[in-house]
Design a protein around this ligand. Sequence first.
Ligand code: GDP
Ligand code: ZN
Length: 295
Amino acid sequence: MQGKIIKGIAGFYYVYAEDGNTYECRAKGIFRKDKFKPLVGDNVDITVLDEKELEGSVTEIHKRKNSLIRPAVANVDQALVIFALSRPTPNLPLLDRFLIMMKQKEIPTIICFNKSDMVSEEEREHFRQIYRDCGSKLLFISAKKGEGTDAVRDCLRGHMTTVAGPSGVGKSTLINHLVPEAEMETGKISEKADRGKHTTRHSELFRLEKDSYILDTPGFTALEPEAMEKEELRFCFPEFDPYEGSCKFQGCIHDREPGCAVKEAVEDGKISKERYESYISFFRELKERERRRYS
Ligand code: GDP
Ligand code: ZN
């Protein structure tokens, strides 16, 4: 039977199977020997060992589309990153860091600004302008009031989405709104796994409807984009794309070179100043890291 791993705790994998049941499975010894571990999000084959107790064994892991390390998850279609427009005010460098990471993995991102009810239309417009051409879909919602949440649901349909964001931005409020049974489900599964075992905070997949899953991603503050050449960073900023090749110097990194089409576009207000400054700041960071590596 086929299924999807929705959660892993202490060597147990919870597999949501074709028959609509969730089976508690061990992975066959063969995986442990190969040091190849099943991940949440993996599509797998299972053998049912006990139909009544819903116990089984993972026998095969299907080929992965992709995988992330933190959170450890496979087959992510897209990321939904949530920030609040107020309380806490959005940490834009952290958001940009996240966008770079997802761009490196080629995972499309949806930016969801929550707590829209707490700010004026001018403030919403301010953030809309900064991110208008960043390559991600933008949503403005109020999870508490249930405003804009249908648009979120539409974005999630048919995909496996990892949901991330700093604490306090309204992540739980949104997830509970989208999956009212989320809390209930968590309790049910943990109860079984808790028997004599320790549980830690882990990632868990919630099924919204057929083929729609969301992964609640704990831990967000220590984002570290993968190592990359500073010269590659500019390709993580989609707003630069239309100007690539138009600068005076070939391979222009849009910093201090004369005749830079990107800098001109920033001056003309065609590229958001905030995003450009963010680029420069990350560029300096990579440069500094490189300098330390070679000195
Ligand atoms: P999490 O840490 O990201 O899971 O955030 P929570 O969902 O626990 O929300 C943090 C606080 O923000 C709570 O007091 C929520 O009631 C509040 N909150 C969440 N969404 C909204 C919203 O859309 N508008 C307002 N005004 N408050 C919200
Ligand atoms: Zn340039």
